[in-house]
Design a protein around this ligand. Sequence first.
Ligand code: HEC
Ligand code: HEC
Length: 287
Amino acid sequence: MAKPNKPEQVPDTGHEWDGIRELTNPIPRWWMISFHASWIFCVVYLLLYPSIPLLHESTKGLLGWTQIKEFKEAVAENDAVKAPFLKKVAQMSGQELLDDAGMRNFADSSAKAIFGDNCAACHGSGGQGAPGLFPNLADDAWLYGGDFDTIVETITDGREGDMPAHKGELPDAEINLLADFVVAAAEGKATPKGLIHFNEAGCAGCHGEDAKGGAINELGSGAANLTDGIWRFGGSKDEVLRTIRYGVNQEDVPNTRIAIMPAFGEKLTPESIKMLAVKVHELGGGK
Ligand code: HEC
Ligand code: HEC
């Protein structure tokens, strides 16, 4: 680069403002290089990538690059990595999946996102449920059963607990005694007389002769265990009275408890449901 001469020696353009003369020094070379590099870059970029907005869409660019294409490529890459694992999930039985640490891990982590998208709204992100509304999946108490195949069945077909309303069917005094029994049973203070009552009133047909619930007695009705102190709807005497009076999921009964687990058989693939079952099985400590 030529050394700038002293200002007095440099010819000027004849322009002068308030004693400031415009000299004829050339623009520095570094500046010229960056200037040309910039516009060349712009032109190349305009040609290669979508850039100039037209009436309906922009020019497409010679590379045909789009954000959506890039995203799809990333998804396809991810799918390709997962495909052999998903194939294994489809082929393995529930027990094999649970016994294989690697596959169990894969299922568990894949199910995390599926659970978040489909289940967490009701059961909570950690499966902890919501008192009175949605059952806790992270404890060891099951309505329908915590073995792998039963969990798959629950998710695929959904569940709808069915307990008849007893108001009008049983005298109020009888309902009152039964509620006392249920509250006592949950505290481990069930009396033999109360249990006889419970059986005579027809409660045992679903909740089991020992009131320990349908799943545990393999009655399969989803009837809750009434002796474990874990409440699906509520354990105060008023809440228990309400459940006995108005039942669960009874059509046209105001105040009935609503307990509907939607079916996911149409919405999720069998592989997704299996992986969810692994996760739910792990959450509940396994059965
Ligand atoms: C709209 C709310 C809702 C959504 C969404 C939902 N559930 Fe449920 N789920 C319920 C209700 C309510 C019950 C209890 C049904 C009953 O009491 O009869 C239940 C019961 C269950 C049970 C049975 C628990 C037991 O003790 O036997 C399992 C397992 C389960 N859900 C898993 C899932 C999974 C996995 C998903 C996501 C694919 C899911 N649920 C999505 C509401 C929901
Ligand atoms: C036809 C079957 C059936 C009969 C009969 C039945 N129940 Fe139930 N009961 C259920 C089911 C199913 C549930 C669980 C509902 C759910 O979570 O989906 C339930 C839930 C309950 C609950 C709520 C428990 C909790 O954790 O909040 C109480 C209390 C109860 N039953 C008491 C009784 C009593 C007392 C009788 C007899 C008068 C009786 N049930 C008769 C099926 C039955």
